[in-house]
Write a protein of this length. Structure first.
Length: 58
């Protein structure tokens, strides 16, 4: 999932507010949001399929 420990050196902290760094972080957040939306859709579709498969027809 790309989880990393949050250790920051002094140099990393200074560069955190550069436009390039902020653009990269924004891009990462947008990609994460797309991934989460895709997972939600997959889970919802699977749930709906399971409910339909297990539904007792009358």
């Amino acid at each position: 999932m790309g989880c990393r420990p949050m250790n920051c050196s002094a140099e990393e902290t200074e560069n955190d507010h550069s436009p390039e760094t902020l653009t990269k972080k924004l891009s990462d957040v947008c990609q994460l949001r797309r991934d989460i939306d895709e997972l939600r859709t997959t889970i919802s579709d699977r749930y709906a399929q399971d409910m339909g498969d297990n539904c007792v027809t009358q």
